[in-house]
Design a protein around this ligand. Structure first.
Ligand code: UD1
Length: 356
């Protein structure tokens, strides 16, 4: 049996790596990279480090408006599906590549499997929220990472083919963390172990409003330790447009770097004093690393991290990040909040059963 996997953006490479490893034990996998992320630092390095097989197809569809990007992917994916006739299509997460894969497969009546199903922010201003809802409702197998995700699906009357398997990003961390720590040290990035903050910001809601982005930079510059800030290309472009130099000026505690590789990121997350982010995946990785997380958003899909006191939602416009971090006391750490590290194995088994 053949499964066509469609990935395109950085977090999807991380999620696909452990699943692909298991899937290839029982199925033939055809790997398609849409090209949504194309810089070496956003794509190539992840394939190398995570030892993801070379894509069978690289569609080379880069950045453009949502409609154009998704539409171009849809055209190419439909042609590929008609040519390859896979038994099923596998998509991950909530990006435009996910939505394009979901639409192309479901219109051709090819069974669709969705990893990270059922996540909701209940904020339709996020393009990802639209992508998730649409994808879930045309999927035959919905692999939910949490009980909350299952209950979100139930509330939308999506109950068939739903399995709570845990989070594949946890599988990826377990597989890679020792190598990451052995390979990379904070000192290599000019920050002292345990004495720095790690920040990532890339959501359009934070980057595309200069007032908000400036407030975030001000908050980071007010902190008591160096802040290592790997720049997503979108954020880098906005900073440049705003005239904020990515060069370090004397006395500046903000250290901009290129986007980090997966192993660099895992190692640096582990030794940070706290993590400040608007990424979905990084909120969970902070939890896995037992490092407090401060999320610069008004809501999160990963509600468990907030409920147990390891993740705090902060509005940089109205709240004092420095004070919130200073006053922070961690909650009790709950093991296995996101499964037991066998999500990928369970997914591969469920796919195998489905295709029998
Ligand atoms: C996408 C996903 C988001 C995910 C994020 C991870 C959607 C709607 N959003 O957002 O869910 O969390 O990826 O990073 O699919 N760019 C480069 N080089 C690259 C990739 C992008 O310069 O390799 C630039 C583009 O020119 C564009 C910007 O980054 O200006 C945004 O890229 P895009 O793919 O549209 O979405 P992301 O913001 O990365």
């Amino acid at each position: 049996k053949t499964v066509m996997t469609i990935v395109g953006a950085r977090p999807q490479f991380v999620k696909a790596a452990p699943v692909s490893r298991e899937l290839r034990k029982t199925c033939r996998e055809v790997l398609v990279h849409t090209g949504q992320h194309y810089d070496y630092s956003m794509a190539g390095v992840f394939f190398e480090e995570l030892r993801i097989p070379k894509p069978d197809y690289d569609l080379g569809i880069g950045s453009s408006s949502h409609g154009r990007q998704t539409g171009e992917m849809l055209i190419s994916l439909e042609a590929l599906l008609l040519e390859n006739v896979p038994d099923a299509v596998l998509v991950y997460g909530d990006t435009n590549s996910t939505l394009a894969g979901a639409l192309a497969a479901s219109k051709l009546r090819i069974p669709l499997f969705h990893v990270e199903a059922g996540l909701r922010s209940y904020n339709r201003d996020m393009p990802e929220e639209i992508n998730r809802v649409m994808t879930d409702h045309v999927s035959a197998l919905l692999f939910a990472p949490t009980a909350e995700a299952v209950s979100n699906l139930r509330a939308e009357r999506a109950t068939e083919g739903v399995y709570e398997v845990g989070d594949v990003m946890y599988d990826a961390v377990l597989f890679n963390e020792r190598l990451a720590v052995a390979k990379h040290r904070p000192e290599d990035f000019r920050v002292p172990a345990g004495g720095y903050y790690l920040a990532t910001i890339h959501r359009p809601s934070n980057t595309d409003d200069p007032v908000r982005l400036r407030a975030i930079l001000r908050a980071l510059r007010s902190l008591d330790q160096p802040v290592l800030f790997p720049l997503h290309p979108r954020t880098g472009k906005m900073l440049k447009a705003m005239g904020d130099s990515a060069e370090r000026t004397p006395g500046d505690n903000l250290l901009f770097t290129e986007p980090l590789s997966y192993l660099e990121m895992l190692a640096l997350e582990r030794q940070a004093k706290a993590i400040i982010t608007d990424s979905g995946g990084v909120q969970k990785e902070a939890y896995f690393a037992k490092v407090p997380c401060f999320t610069l958003r008004s809501e999160t899909e990963w509600v468990e991290t907030v409920a147990c006191g390891w993740n705090t939602l902060v509005d940089p416009l109205t709240m004092d990040l420095g004070r919130i971090i200073g006053d922070y006391r961690p909650g009790a750490y709950i093991e296995n909040l996101y499964g037991d590290g066998t999500a990928s194995l369970q997914i591969a088994e469920l796919i195998h059963q489905y295709l029998q």
